[in-house]
Design a protein. Sequence first.
Length: 573
Amino acid sequence: MLPKNILTKYLLDFANLSEKQIESYTKKAVLSEKNLEQYLLEEEIINESALYDWATKEIDVPLAEINTVDIPKETYELIPQPLAETHQIIAFQKTETEIHLAMGDPLDIQTIEFIGRKTGLTPKVFLIKPSVIKRALRIYQSSLEDTFKSINPQQKNANTELEKAAEELPIINIVKSILEHAVYEGASDIHIEPTEKEIIVRYRVDGILRNMMNLPTSVQRGIIARIKILANLKIDEHMVPQDGRFKIQLQDDKVSFRVSIMPVYDGEKIVMRLLQEGQKPLSLDELGFLAEPKRKLEQAIEKPHGMVLVTGPTGSGKTTTLYSLLGILNQPDVNICTIEDPIEYHVKGINQSQVNTRVGFTFAGGLRAFLRQDPDIIMVGEIRDKETAEIAIHASMTGHLVLSTLHTNDAPATLPRLLDMGIPPFLVAFTTNIIVAQRLVRKICDKCKQEFTLEKKAITQIEKMSDIKKIVALFKANNISLGLEEKKMENIVFYRGKGCRACGDTGYKGRIGIYEVLDIDKEMSDLINSNANAQQIRVQAEKQGMTTMLQDGIIKAKQGVTTIEEILRVTRE
């Protein structure tokens, strides 16, 4: 696929399309779940040969005409299949010093440099037509089919046969390619999902799942067995869930994979969470805390005892926030103990233990044991039940600072949740220092950021959730200057990503948190003691100046960090 700016130039200058027509075709392409170039070629609105003959002169890159029969296997296999299919690229010739690459986007410098580092060869780049690359990529499928003719999908479940399948070189290479490409794409999770006719591999990148590749069902058993062996799991167990972990070394980086295997209708589904080994905890600024919430949180963790609770749904970055707080608190003169499920990052200077329900080592049991280890600070991965909550609260009452997480939608709902567990209101009010609720939103790509004003639909949604006067006041409180014309919502300038090669045409690159920080002061304690509900707590918190997650997000949208669409997506109720 050609870069967007090159395609647009051709459409305007040579295909004689207007900007309005291009916009209309873009919308139709999105509805058809295709990119603009693919849609225009399939609908025969433009001619492929004419487009690529022009493009090769415009970007000064030669056009590749290749015959897959002539490509040696050891050459095209230098590019892993997931990378080849995702980026429309194929290696078709190799010398002692060079690798010749046929690419749909020969200006994708990031991918070219990655291949150069991976192969140790100097890339020489060629442009290739979509119809030609489509035929060329079939070489991978043909190779797989030939290789796996020897793998019988009806094999019995004998351990030796599974081990043999897992040690087949093609299986090893497929698993290695899936793992390496996930790291390269910046994925947080890998999903390997069996269906009746194929295996679907998907990556979660910046919180969004993307289809990456499809594999034949004949490799299913081998892939599952290979990953089980890597994670030290039982390869002959197919009817119960299994969890494990393994590491790989990629150049200078060590990457840990947390593995979860679950039996499903068509086999076993694998989900792997990627964790960078040795990664330093992020600072509160890097996490995205605004000045006032950051100040309140820093004050709360300076207290020698009490509870600091972080809340939000699964995948909202709660554990990352706790590790950042531990990074601040981790000093030679304090004893920090954690009980986690599982341990996501190993942190030097902290005593970390992992829950093991098979032997009865639970959050509550671990917490009890840690209280006999003379701790100053305790982190409990999650408060799931009354027993864990009671022990955590009693620990916080007896001179310990306790950090933990809960699953609630916002900060005010956390307090009634503890009361629902059977914890007396006076204990909740007395021991809780602060509550942080959070979500993760995608950040705007810096390379294609542009200004825009809101459409009526978005304005209506925001006005339902927050008052414009409050929003303008928040901007002023956070030193965001507004123009005279920006006193009305429809005139306020926000930002979004146009889409470029660097962000895969999504307009987003990376993620950041949006937060609401509920400080438990005397007035709030009195309210909790009176058995107030979540709404009453919210009203009081906002009176005391709590910035809600929506408001925090709108501030970040005005600052150009994220988009209004992202904020509405994650905060919409």
